[in-house]
Design a protein around this ligand. Structure first.
Ligand code: NAD
Ligand code: UGA
Length: 480
């Protein structure tokens, strides 16, 4: 079967962190297929089309190159959703599926309103046979919902010719991680495609086979594919909570979590990845996908299973709070007017994404306690932080917000003057090579460094009078 005869145009609904990079790689690997990336957010599409590649709405290493190479050749960012769907042989749904804020299942279940609106658009505008691929992370059996919605359109609009509009729904969840998205998409550990329609399964598999070995493409049933995605994220999150739990035990007991991670990770049955203790996991997905999994377990009345996974989230929240509490306690319970430098605001390095970043919780706890916060991040903007903060209670109330102080800077050199403490929250490479000897000279005494990512060693701080705390090691006595 030649994909060139069957698949000429692909449309992607959603030009976010998944849609943008995924389609950029697909366009690069399949020059014979035209790819139309669309979004209801017109401003976002404008940014994707910006001549200044620094203005792309997603920062990912290598993404700008792919966009500049393929844009307007076979990769098109467009707000014309209708004609993109009309032309498409395959439609990827890559829209947001956040946790529901209201109504049934609020706080746990995924809000599928964007998936539903996508299905309605596809139902309305598609022509002929269309393969729909769920790329968004969704609860099990969402494919059924999509199938029902699109089928209802084929019946309404084509009473005389019921076969005119037909659909196959596949699930192909995305496993990319932010910061390494391009590499993950180019050389994935595996690609998962779930579905019941063998021809559609083969076609999508053939597209992936343009650059991914066939043995790495797993074909499953729809529900296994949907559930595997939630399960993969739950297992990854569980490893982080497990090592963070151990980090808390290391600190009072004299063990060092880095040594423990290495020791257990070299057992090939455990493996070394995702064993880095930190301030708690962030990002748009781990929390929401765990909540979704917990909701599903409760839905099927598997209460013990739900409670098991809930503990992973509880531990994560606790880790973030225990770190901010510990910092406040170092200053004898009050950080009022203390100048505290927070290094890194994105939820991990090499991304400008701040969704659920542990930096948010830590910053808010410190601001609430009166600290004067100086925030630095190489890729995040002040506007992004402002947007998140202004939705929080402590900034909403005018009276309460008066004394809440924070500033943003992307200039490192002037940041440390008179600072009482520096907290490393995100392990950006920029923070690994800081000259602590020079920094210590301009900080107010006594001065503190809190390394929540374990990127500094005692040696980095040699010849300084800096007090030092590292996650999973605790307060480190040094010969100054
Ligand atoms: P995102 O918020 O960055 O992007 C989603 C985009 O979809 C938004 O720009 C939104 O405007 C657009 N949209 C909503 N409804 C639309 C519609 N009807 N038509 C066209 N566009 C529409 O979200 P994301 O991070 O790209 O995540 C998308 C999905 O992929 C989620 O389900 C997420 O769980 C999953 N996922 C995300 C990652 C990640 O690293 N971010 C990785 C794997 C899977
Ligand atoms: C995660 C998964 O790794 C992807 O496979 C998945 O596709 C994606 O979620 C998704 O579904 O959205 P992502 O959230 O982008 O990717 O980044 P991760 O590298 O998984 O990091 C998540 C959080 O865990 C970050 O805050 C990171 O700092 C933290 N982390 C990670 C640790 O604290 N320790 C570790 O050892 C690893």
């Amino acid at each position: 079967m030649s994909i060139n005869n069957k698949i000429k145009n692909i449309c992607c609904l959603g030009a976010g962190y998944v849609g943008g990079p995924t389609m950029a790689v697909l366009a690069n690997k399949c020059p014979d297929i035209n790819i139309f990336v669309t979004d209801v957010d017109k401003e976002k599409i404008k940014k994707w089309n910006s001549d200044n590649l620094a203005e792309l709405p997603v920062f990912e290493p290598g993404l700008d190159e792919l966009v500049s190479k393929n844009r307007n050749k076979n990769l098109f960012f467009t707000s014309d959703i209708e004609s993109s769907i009309r032309k498409a042989d395959i439609i990827f749904i890559s829209v947001n599926t956040p946790t529901k804020e209201h109504g049934l299942g609020a706080g746990y279940a995924s809000d599928l309103k964007w998936v539903e609106s996508s299905a309605r658009l596809v139902g309305k505008y598609s022509e002929g046979h269309t393969i729909i691929v769920e790329k968004s992370t969704v609860p099990v059996r969402t494919a059924e919902l999509i199938q029902k919605i699109v089928s209802s359109y084929s019946k309404i609009s084509n009473k005389k010719l019921p076969s005119y509009k037909t659909f196959s729904v596949l699930s192909s969840p995305e496993f990319l991680a932010e910061g390494t998205a391009i590499k993950d998409l180019e050389t994935p550990d595996r690609v998962l495609i779930g579905g019941e329609d063998n021809e559609a399964l083969d076609l999508l598999s053939l597209i992936y086979q343009k650059w991914i070995p066939k043995e790495k493409i797993y074909l499953t049933n729809l529900w296994s594919s949907e559930l595997s995605k939630l399960t993969a994220n739950a297992f990854l999150a569980q490893r982080i909570s497990s090592i963070n739990a151990i980090s808390a035990l290391c600190e009072p007991s004299g063990a060092d979590v880095k040594e423990v991670s290495k020791a257990i990770g070299s057992d090939t049955r455990i493996g070394g990845k995702f064993l880095f203790a930190g301030p708690g996991f962030g990002g748009s997905c781990f929390q929401k996908d765990l909540l979704n999994l917990i909701y599903l377990c409760k839905f099927y009345n598997l209460i013990q299973v739900a409670e098991y996974w809930e503990q992973v989230l509880k531990l994560n929240e606790w880790q973030k709070k225990r770190i901010s509490k510990l910092i406040i306690e170092v200053f004898f319970g009050t950080v009022t007017d203390k100048k505290i430098v927070l290094l890194g605001f994105s939820f991990k390095p090499n991304t400008n994404d701040i969704r659920e970043s542990p930096a948010i919780t830590i910053a808010l706890e410190l601001i609430e306690n009166g600290a004067n916060l100086k925030i630095h991040d190489p890729k995040v903007s002040k506007e992004q932080i402002n947007k998140v903060f202004s939705a929080k209670d402590i900034f909403k109330n005018q009276n309460k917000s008066q004394n809440k102080k924070w500033e943003f800077s992307n200039e490192l050199s002037t940041l440390f003057k008179n600072a009482d403490a520096v907290i490393i929250v995100t392990e950006w490479p920029d923070y690994r090579d800081l000259n602590w000897q020079e920094i210590s000279k301009v900080m107010r005494k006594p001065s503190w460094i809190f390394d929540t990512r374990g990127i500094l060693s005692e040696k980095d701080l040699s010849n300084t009078d800096l007090n030092f705390w590292r996650v999973g090691k605790g307060f480190i006595e040094r010969n100054k």
